[in-house]
Design a protein around this ligand. Structure first.
Ligand SMILES: [Zn+2]
Length: 100
């Protein structure tokens, strides 16, 4: 593993959806539910088409994430992830002042 690509535009693959566009490697947010918790993965590697906007998450990264999220992988899995619990959503709904 001595291969290092500093250029992110180096990898381009033809789009399988529209056949006309090219899919570029980008880093987007990935959301998945783990039980009651919404797991957010910032800067998740994915392929995005510049024509039709088709988005495919990177297969290797998905596999790694699946391993990370598996129950047997240990409890440090959310160390680099943001975990949104439902309690956090509730505080947003409360408003300090009401018009009536
Ligand atoms: Zn496309």
């Amino acid at each position: 593993m001595s291969e290092q690509n500093s250029s992110s535009t180096n990898n381009v693959i033809p789009c399988s959806e529209c056949q006309a566009g090219h899919m570029h490697r980008e880093y987007i947010a990935y959301y998945t539910w783990l039980g009651d918790e919404l797991i957010t993965v910032p800067d998740f590697p994915a392929w995005v088409c510049d024509i039709c906007g088709r988005c495919e998450y990177d297969e290797n990264a998905l596999t790694r994430l699946t391993l990370l999220l598996s129950p047997n992988a240990g409890k440090n899995l959310t160390a680099g992830l943001k975990v949104h619990k439902k309690e956090n959503i509730k505080s947003k709904l409360q408003r300090p002042s009401r018009p009536d």
